[in-house]
Design a protein around this ligand. Structure first.
Ligand code: MN
Length: 499
């Protein structure tokens, strides 16, 4: 059982009297509205509202989102109407609560394919209108997953699957690693209890075997970093998430020796220069594994993730350890993703909309985001495509949103965000449809590659075009991965009477 005090204690922003008043008022309002209602688990309903708010507080959401989180089930499940919520808390909060209610009505599984598309479409619209709606939905889903035990088998299965297939990927795309891991591991536990148990035992055993060595490495690094005048803000051991580990183990005959990042150490230092100095120092004391140094600081992941990763041979070279080096800001962003932008927006006179680049429903002006998050740009592009045909939309969504992404560069250094396995043709159409239509060849990192080549993360892609060549090749439709390329190829071919 938690109370509103638990929520207030976990806030990551300065609690002014105004904000505290607002949050407490929402709590009292929700408590009264839900009075007498019980959850399937037997708990008072208000516990669910409080846990949702707590999940939001933990990832750094601000007072209005916490308020809306407390109120999120009021219009749906009680006698109190949305109008009354609006009267008490104003338009903005009522708008968010309404969004959460509507989103809750979307059942993503167990419907016919057409409905599924329609529902995903609605979901993305909701997301684009106010991203806080989706973040509350994630916080709500997380508590529902934590209390899933109380539901009957068939319902459990449906909810766990939906969480794994839809909500965890959304958390991932929002960069909220903390929630992504929790949602995935909880779904995994219900969808595959045996696998879950197996991998849990493996991790615990591995961790306890290596704990001593890990402590020793952490001690050595900390001592020497301090000697070199690099401040160590934090250093701690971490295990891999159970679901991700299971995936990896399955790909390696369940052999833990083949998983290099089973356990690792995270080092948090003040600034980027310190990160690189720390990397040098780590390699001075421990031998790095060739090809395992990943610099996500100069080349962030598309969801914004930044860190330096290196795998080292531990003392006596008995096993590997992954070391992750990052700044405090990167550490927060890795855990809280898009939500971390709220933490850093404090003090600036910017609203969340300025930061994210979205405006409210009836306001057509779209502002340029301050801190650009690539997937938000992508989302905006999808919105433009929303009214076009449903199949293409769903196909695009499945590939582009739920699959891994890679980043490629143009020779001028522009970053192009692509789904995994994207080809130079996808790249070309992303740059400009004329570049796509006139493409005759491609180079990846200065080497000639075929047009159906699978681009790898970080490659510089150069498209060779020809003035004589005006139309796309219909064969390209066989291998392109993005809906953008597909629809442009088709429309050009149709226009030219070639399809
Ligand atoms: Mn709820």
């Amino acid at each position: 059982m938690i109370t509103i005090e638990t929520v207030l204690k976990n806030l990551r922003f300065q609690l002014t009297p105004d904000r505290e008043k607002l949050i407490r008022k929402a709590f009292e309002f929700a408590e009264k509205a839900h009075k007498g209602q019980k959850r399937k688990s037997g708990e008072e309903y208000i516990q669910h509202s409080l846990h949702t708010a707590l999940n939001l507080a933990r990832i750094g959401m601000r007072s209005r989102t916490i308020t809306a989180g407390l109120l999120h089930d009021v219009p749906e499940d009680t006698q109190i109407t949305l109008k009354e919520v609006e009267k008490e808390f104003g338009k903005e909060i009522a708008f968010i609560v309404d969004g959460v209610t509507k989103l809750g009505k979307i059942k993503l599984r167990g419907t016919k394919e057409d409905l599924y598309i329609e529902n995903l479409r609605k979901m993305f619209l909701a997301m684009a209108q106010d991203i806080r709606v989706v973040i509350i939905k994630l916080a709500d889903r997380l508590h529902n997953m934590e209390t899933l035990e109380a539901l009957p088998d068939d319902k459990r299965e449906r909810i766990a699957r939906e969480t794994m297939e839809v909500f965890a990927p959304i958390a991932n795309r929002l960069g909220i690693g903390d929630m992504k891991i929790k949602l995935e591991d909880l779904s995994f536990k219900f969808l595959d209890p045996n696998g879950y148990q197996e991998v849990k035992e493996i991790t615990e055993k591995a961790y306890s075997h290596r704990k001593k060595i890990m402590d020793q490495v952490m001690h050595t690094l900390k001592e020497n970093l301090t000697k070199e005048n690099i401040e160590v803000i934090n250093v701690y051991g971490r295990t891999k998430s159970l679901y991700r580990l299971y995936q990896k183990l399955k790909a390696h005959e369940m052999d833990t020796a083949k998983v290099y990042d089973l356990i690792g150490i995270r080092i948090v230092v003040p600034n980027i220069a310190d990160c690189y100095e720390t990397l040098g120092l780590v390699h001075k004391y421990y031998r790095p594994l060739i090809g395992r140094i990943k610099d996500y600081i100069s080349l962030p992941k598309p969801n914004g993730y930044q860190s330096i990763h290196t795998t080292i041979f531990g003392p006596k070279e008995k096993f590997f350890l992954e070391i992750q080096i990052r700044t405090q800001k990167m550490d927060n962003e890795a855990e809280f993703g898009i939500a971390a932008h709220w933490i850093y927006s404090e003090g600036k006179k910017k609203s969340w909309r300025d930061l994210i680049g979205f405006t409210k429903v009836n306001n057509a002006i779209i502002e340029k985001p301050d801190e650009d998050v690539l997937w938000v740009q992508q989302l905006r592009e999808w919105q433009k495509e929303l009214n076009k045909d449903g199949d293409a939309f769903l196909e695009g969504l499945k590939i582009e949103f739920f699959k891994n992404h890679i980043l490629a560069f143009s020779p001028k250094g522009d970053i192009i965000d692509l789904p995994e396995d994207a080809t130079p043709i996808d790249f070309a159409y992303k740059v400009h449809s004329e570049v796509g239509n006139r493409a005759v060849g491609a180079r990846a990192d200065q080497k000639m590659v075929p047009l159906d080549y699978k681009i790898r993360n970080g490659e510089i892609i150069e498209i060779i075009t020809s003035k004589e060549h005006k139309n796309p090749n219909r064969e390209w439709l066989r291998f392109v991965r993005t809906s953008n390329a597909r629809s442009r190829i088709k429309s050009t071919l149709i226009k030219e009477g070639l399809l």
